[in-house]
Design a binder for this molecule. Sequence first.
Ligand SMILES: Nc1ncnc2c1ncn2[C@@H]1O[C@H](COP(=O)(O)OP(=O)(O)OP(=O)(O)O)[C@@H](O)[C@H]1O
Length: 253
Amino acid sequence: MIEVENLVKRFGSTVAVNGITFTVGDGEIYGLLGPNGSGKSTTMKILAGILTPTSGRVVVGGVDVSSNPLRVKELTGYVPETPVLYESLTPLEFFNFVGSVRRIPSEKLQERVDALVRAFGIEKYLGEMIGSLSFGTKQKVSLIAAMLHDPDVLILDEAMNGLDPKSARILRELLLQFRAEGKSVVFSTHVLALAEMICDRVGVIYNGEIIAEGTVEQLKEFAHEESLEDVFLKLTESQEEVAGIVRALKEAL
Ligand SMILES: Nc1ncnc2c1ncn2[C@@H]1O[C@H](COP(=O)(O)OP(=O)(O)OP(=O)(O)O)[C@@H](O)[C@H]1O
């Protein structure tokens, strides 16, 4: 369970997150959707205990992030928008490093590394330097590292980026399994069809505020639109703008 209450994050004069409130239940996948720069990554970094909020309250698995960020990190697996990895380690060395930092018993670590490496099909890269791997393979390493300690909560920032269709399907299945085990997932994406497919509820974030929230069906009804893409464009006031740009392009080209 994740509870976010009146969360604010300022960077100097920039208000990245402007008083957002939402909860993610046990066994729920919550999609955070929003245009570039709307505050998704900042929110997710706060949930993962990486950034401290300016104000507001975040409770993960009953633990307040401000009072016990270390415990929240134990409960949480976080995949950043861009993989942050040690380029001069091999994936296997990196997984062992993560295992020791997270104090995962060696037998359990071995089991989880084997299963996840097999699921994402990266066996042949285990002994290569991470710096030499493709973006998609690095993303898989980042995902596996986040899941090694079997976290109760997963925070995935555009985690499907760079994944081939097979790996994207595997991740989707893993998330559904995660949900069935009663865990909570926060998932940001610009791929609205994907959000529609896997999210139990979505929150649309715009200029640091959640401007609409509900199931995809509820949002479609609320916005009187047929697709989540149209709902998104309408809510973020982009529908008219996109139409204008397309008109201008047609004239110019
Ligand atoms: N470390 C920082 N210092 C200053 N401003 C920042 C910092 N991190 C984020 N911001 C600003 O906060 C706002 C929200 O950024 P954020 O990265 O959370 O957006 P986002 O919704 O994740 O965007 P995208 O879809 O492009 O990844 C932006 O205006 C951004 O420039």
